[in-house]
Design a binder for this molecule. Structure first.
Ligand code: COA
Length: 325
């Protein structure tokens, strides 16, 4: 049985925050942000929007795109690091909003979350447990962003993307690689608000409830982990980078994407890029990119696609699949 993407959908909040807007909040400027990251603007959720709201809107679109009845979905997986609450899961909230009967759980693997979720969804179907699985990546990064820290607040944005996985006639899943290196946990971390350090007046005062990042270390990690992961899935299928029609990289920084294209001696236009519009939407970045690339007609049936994520954990991973639609 072949398992692949039946439909995709995405949703980004209406509010746009440009680099020039950011320059009014912290000591930065459009030129610095654009040349160091490629990011020009990002979307910010409205006060009454949480991650499950963005996830629900992306999910509805993916279900329509798949041409199925929503009641066919048996499992919902939400990859997120900005869940609505510590508990319940965001996936359970999406299940309720969709008004369907389905199992639901969240995946916590930061910017690699969608790759983990996709692999889990594929595995549930392949094992014969469920027939159709909704995998969503959704984030409201603006809620964990320290708007006083110019080293991080310029990078992140809000949004959601979703795919429906199910049996497909041609193509579909070919390989997956998932990895974690928890020794690098401190490089990208929200220190407080969990069981190690509760959200107290003191930790809030110390801004420990916001995302902290060691940018240089994460950059070094990304340019090492990304190619290692791509090589892994290519080797599993005896392929080389030349055999891949399009790469869907996690949208963190265009300089990281350029370094990877160079490393694999591939033209940059084989790498889908939309980070100039949305910044780094963490777990949502790959499914948003997949949906936009699909809607822009970038995929042909039979195209070989590699999607790669990296980020907090530290985690990284790739999926290799053939476009089935
Ligand atoms: N605007 C203007 N100047 C800034 C700035 C900003 N927003 N942020 C930092 N700077 C300054 C620094 O203070 C530093 O000044 P100094 O030399 O006087 O000390 C200088 O710019 C260089 O800072 P540095 O941190 O070395 O910049 P960098 O070239 O490493 O770029 C990142 C910073 C964050 C863009 C880069 O490290 C990066 O992209 N890392 C990966 C981050 C990532 O992808 N995270 C998500 C992974 S999922």
């Amino acid at each position: 049985m072949r398992v692949g993407i039946m439909g995709t959908g995405s949703y980004v909040p209406e509010r746009i925050l440009t680099n020039n807007d950011l320059a009014k909040i912290v000591d930065t400027n459009d030129e610095w942000i654009t040349t160091r990251t490629g990011i020009r603007e990002r979307r910010i959720a409205s006060d009454d929007e949480a991650t499950s709201d963005l996830a629900f809107k992306a999910a509805e679109k993916a279900i329509i795109d798949a041409g199925i009845d929503k009641n066919e979905i048996e499992l919902i997986i939400v990859a997120t690091m900005t869940q609505d609450h510590l508990t319940p899961s965001t996936a359970a909230l999406v299940q309720d909003k969709l008004g369907i009967k389905a199992a639901a759980f969240d995946v916590s693997a930061a910017c690699t979350g969608f790759i983990y979720g996709f692999t889990a969804g594929y595995s549930f179907i392949k094992a014969g447990i469920y027939k159709k699985v909704l995998v969503i990546g959704a984030e409201t990064m603006s809620r964990v962003t320290d708007w006083e820290d110019r080293g991080t607040c310029i990078l992140f944005g809000d949004g959601a993307g979703a795919v429906v996985l199910g049996e497909v006639e041609t193509g579909g899943f070919l390989a997956s690689h998932l990895a974690a290196d928890g020794s690098g946990a401190c490089e990208l971390i929200v220190p407080a608000g969990g069981s190690r350090k509760a959200a107290t007046a003191e930790t809030i005062e110390n801004r420990e409830v916001y995302l902290k990042m060691n940018g240089r270390e994460v950059f070094k990690f990304a340019v090492k982990a990304f190619p290692e992961s791509v090589e892994n899935v290519l080797t599993q299928q005896n392929l080389t980078a030349d055999d891949i029609d399009i790469f869907i990289p996690h949208q963190a920084n265009v300089r990281i994407i350029e370094a990877i294209a160079k490393r694999f001696k591939q033209p940059l236009d084989k790498f889908f890029v939309n980070l100039h519009k949305y910044g780094n939407t963490s777990g949502a970045s790959i499914p948003i990119a997949l949906d936009e690339a699909s809607k822009e007609g970038r995929f042909k049936k039979g195209d070989k696609i590699v999607a790669t994520g990296f980020g907090g954990g530290l985690t990284y991973g790739s999926i290799l699949f053939e476009w089935s639609k």
